[in-house]
Design a protein around this ligand. Structure first.
Ligand code: G6P
Length: 626
């Protein structure tokens, strides 16, 4: 999704902004651009494709030598990914100055504003809503950029994060946000602004996080140009509301480890993130298991614990991989906590006039905490009286801030577009939540204790399972030229099969479908022909024999069977062409581990097919539009 980086300070701005954009590349984008002010004029460069294309376009150009600038990676929403639609966009003020902007989000009333501005003589070069916003700021500009931004944003509906510069104010950067993330880093007499901490962390760990409807004016430049204070260089900032009332911003410490977002010897972030899952599991569990007291500790739920335990029903809502984790959550809550639960796509839930009965808890599940549909569904449910919980990875994200209480995943930043360790963290946290409730309602200490003992082993189980990576790659080589795959499972392993299919199609572009194993014979069985790869998630459990019958149905029609099975299962070898093993564990915990071979399968298939694993085509890491 779109990314913003902006800087005002004393260093040459172009290399700094390019480095920042590269750190945001993982978010997904289709074009990029940069604007800076040098010699009192705004200079803009934009290109379609990778940040490296923009970098070569700029080259050593003398035009970008300034120390104030804004930059952007775009993921097309209004208009196709073309150079004119790429950011920054510019507007001309009545007194002949140029204002330039980068924007994330969507200006919902842009058609009305565009008509108004066209009637006032503005001409538009792009199809974007952002160009309309910058034209409005320029129209309102009367020598005070901060004031023009405040005034313009009072007219805007939608969600946005923006950074704006004007050639009449060559030491001033103005930024604002509503519903889209923006962080301001305070470095040595300079400021670096970004939509994501990854672009800030190499410069500073001191940050201000803007709240909705806040505008910050950042100034840095030669003291004689800014203030009357001593010293050759000054930097200052001020935050206001849209009505120009000054607010105090709190400076906080960014808890982010740059090492963690770098590759650390792996060829791809996706493989790194798959392989670091044992550690991710340990981090997610840290401080949460009190085995000797058979207790789950959930600090983030304490203020709502009574309401959560007494809740009459749970609605889990999410998108993408998080939705499939939430589906497992539905099974876990019903099975372990014995409370009615249902899982819904956030995009459907929010628009179907949902009934929220008394004592309902809505749980938003999200890696980024910024997915627009999930955030909107959560807000909708809250408005209708539900208690809002979040199961989120990104600390301080929009969803985390909207919830009444929540549980962070603590699995570390996820960079690869295809979600892996966040899924495992989400399922694990949902298992903990179910035990937390179950224990307070009817689960005996012995049962909870035995689950906690198994949960404590999960990181070792993950290590053992991941050791099969080479074996999995070797097996995948024989199927990788096949263009249609099926993924089947039952019970807890049905959403895992869905996730296996999603992973494969996301990064290898192989068509794959996941479904309940029994559903296959109601239609999809017609697809099975000689050599079609069919993946069965078939660890031992209550439905094992039924899965074996489904396997036989596929084999009889020439399908090639790839099975995820339990260590020590001697039967599965008679039916399957390839087997990946997971350790023995209770059914309710299997999804945390049974998904791992499927992640590796998708990864190796994509690499063997020569695809760009970490930046799959058309996909974005964090989808902040509907
Ligand atoms: C995008 C990503 C998926 C992710 C989904 C939900 O589609 O490509 O990997 O599962 O968004 O994201 P969230 O951040 O809410 O978990």
């Amino acid at each position: 999704m779109c990314g913003i980086v902006a800087y005002v300070g004393s260093k040459p701005v172009a290399p700094l902004l390019i480095e920042g954009l590269k750190r945001l590349e993982y978010r997904g984008y289709d074009s990029a651009g940069l604007a800076s002010i040098a010699d009192g004029r705004v200079k803009v460069a934009r290109s379609v494709g990778r940040v490296s294309v923009l970098e070569s376009l700029i080259g050593d150009s003398e035009s970008f030598t300034g120390t104030l600038g804004i930059a952007h990676t775009r993921w097309a929403t209004h208009g196709p990914p073309t150079e004119p639609n790429a950011h920054p966009h510019c507007g001309r003020t009545r007194c002949g100055h140029t204002v330039s902007i980068v924007c994330n989000g969507i200006i919902e009333n842009y058609t009305t504003l565009k008509k108004y501005l066209a009637d006032h003589g503005h001409e538009f070069q792009s199809d974007t809503d952002t160009e309309v916003l910058v034209a409005l700021i320029a129209e309102l500009y009367d020598g005070n950029l901060e004031g023009a931004v405040q005034q313009a944003l009072r007219e805007v509906t939608g969600a946005y994060a923006i950074a704006v510069i004007c050639d009449a104010e060559p030491h001033t950067l103005v930024c604002a946000r509503k519903g889209s993330p923006l962080i301001i880093g305070i470095a040595d007499k300079s400021f670096i602004v970004a939509s994501d901490a990854a672009a800030i962390i190499s410069h500073t760990t001191q940050v201000i996080t803007l709240d909705d409807y806040q505008v910050t004016k950042l100034c840095a430049g030669p003291t004689d140009k800014l203030t009357s204070q001593g010293g050759p260089w000054s930097a200052d900032f001020k935050t206001t509301t849209l009505d120009n009332i000054q607010v105090n911003s709190t400076v906080s410490q960014l808890d982010y480890d740059l090492e963690k977002i770098e590759l650390g010897g792996y060829p791809h972030f996706m493989l790194k993130e798959i392989m670091e899952q044992p550690e991710a599991i340990r981090n997610c569990l840290r401080g949460r298991l009190e085995k000797h007291q058979s207790r789950v500790v959930m600090g983030g739920l304490s203020k709502c614990a009574r309401d959560i335990v007494r809740a009459k029903r749970f609605v889990l809502t999410a998108q993408g991989t998080a939705y499939l984790a939430a589906q497992i959550g539905e099974y876990l809550l019903q099975d372990l906590a014995r409370v009615p639960a249902r899982c819904e796509y956030a995009s459907e839930f929010r628009y179907r006039n949902p009934i929220i009965e008394e004592d309902s808890v809505v749980v938003a599940v999200s890696q980024s905490g910024e997915t627009a549909d999930t955030l909107a569904a959560l807000c909708e449910a809250k408005e209708r009286g539900a208690l809002a919980l979040g199961i989120v990875n990104a600390v301080g994200s929009s969803i985390a801030r909207e919830t009444d209480a929540g549980i962070y995943l603590h699995v570390g930043p996820e960079i690869g577009v295809a979600s892996t360790k966040a899924f495992v963290g989400q399922v694990l946290v949902l298992a903990l939540l179910s035990l937390y409730i179950g224990k307070r309602k009817y689960l005996s200490d012995e049962v909870v204790e035995s689950y906690l003992a198994e949960i404590d082993q999960l990181s070792h189980y993950a290590e053992r399972t991941l050791e099969q990576s080479d074996h999995i790659r070797h097996c995948v080589e024989s199927y990788v030229d096949r263009d249609n795959w099926l993924f089947l499972g039952r019970g807890y392993n049905y959403p895992v099969a869905m996730e296996g299919a999603l992973k494969l199609k996301e990064i290898s572009y192989i068509h794959a479908e996941g479904m309940p194993a029994a559903e296959m014979k109601h239609g999809p069985i017609a697809l099975i022909d000689d050599g079609m790869p069919v993946v069965f998630v078939a660890p031992q459990g209550s439905q094992y024999d039924k899965v074996i019958s489904n396997i036989e149905q596929v084999r009889a029609r020439g399908g090639r069977i790839i099975a995820v099975a339990t260590e020590g299962d001697d039967r599965i070898g008679q039916y399957a062409d390839s087997v990946f093993y997971i350790p023995v564990m209770p059914e309710a915990l299997q999804p945390v581990i049974s998904v791992l071979p499927l992640q590796l399968l998708a990864y190796h298939a994509a690499v063997l097919r020569g695809q760009d694993v970490d930046k799959p085509r058309n996909l974005a890491k964090s989808v902040t539009v509907e």
